[in-house]
Ligand binder design. Structure first.
Ligand code: NI
Length: 173
């Protein structure tokens, strides 16, 4: 497994609508392993393929934050939201592509998601709580959408400028 570099916003690859994955090629299993490794290392609770520069519809997540509990690594190929609750919930979201910036985002509190697992089987599950927020945030990535796109333009621009500055500093280092 390899820890991959995570792209930092702004980057055109983070704005792309990602391509569906056909079947479950061996490379996808390998890519999912690398993404989980990269996510745990960051550390984060979710990572979408475009965040490591692969514009395909794959995301990984594990919202078990309590170190006492067993990890629950998940890899979702071509995930689709098939139902969203009218109930909404607000979480302070962050993103590994937008380091150290957090903002409240309101989303449906419960969602039902269908996807293909790494063993090729079709899966469907209802997510609530942090899992619901996370899976929606990551599916947004597959459509070129970031959590800051839900914020007011001024706040979004402020964060984008900070990220541009961070990238200049990192390029110089
Ligand atoms: Ni993100």
């Amino acid at each position: 497994m390899t820890i991959r570099p995570i792209l930092i916003h702004p980057d055109p690859r983070l704005k792309k609508v990602c391509d569906p994955i056909t079947g479950v090629p061996v490379e996808i299993g390998k890519l999912a392993e690398d993404m989980l490794e990269t996510m745990y290392d960051a550390p984060g609770i979710g990572l979408a393929a475009p965040q490591i520069g692969v514009t395909q519809r794959l995301l990984v997540m594990d919202c078990v934050k309590d170190p006492e509990l067993a990890q629950r690594p998940m890899a979702l190929i071509n995930p689709v939201i098939t139902w969203s609750s009218e109930d909404r919930s607000t979480y302070e979201e962050g993103c590994l592509s937008i380091p150290e910036q957090y903002a409240e985002v309101e989303r449906p509190a419960v969602v039902r998601v269908q996807w293909t697992a790494l063993d090729g089987t079709r899966q469907e599950e209802e997510f609530s709580g942090l899992w619901a927020t996370c899976v929606q945030h990551e599916i947004d990535h597959l459509d070129g959408k970031l959590f800051i796109d839900y914020l007011k333009p001024l706040k979004r621009q402020m964060i984008t400028r900070k990220m541009e500055k961070l990238k200049r500093e990192r390029a110089r280092a």
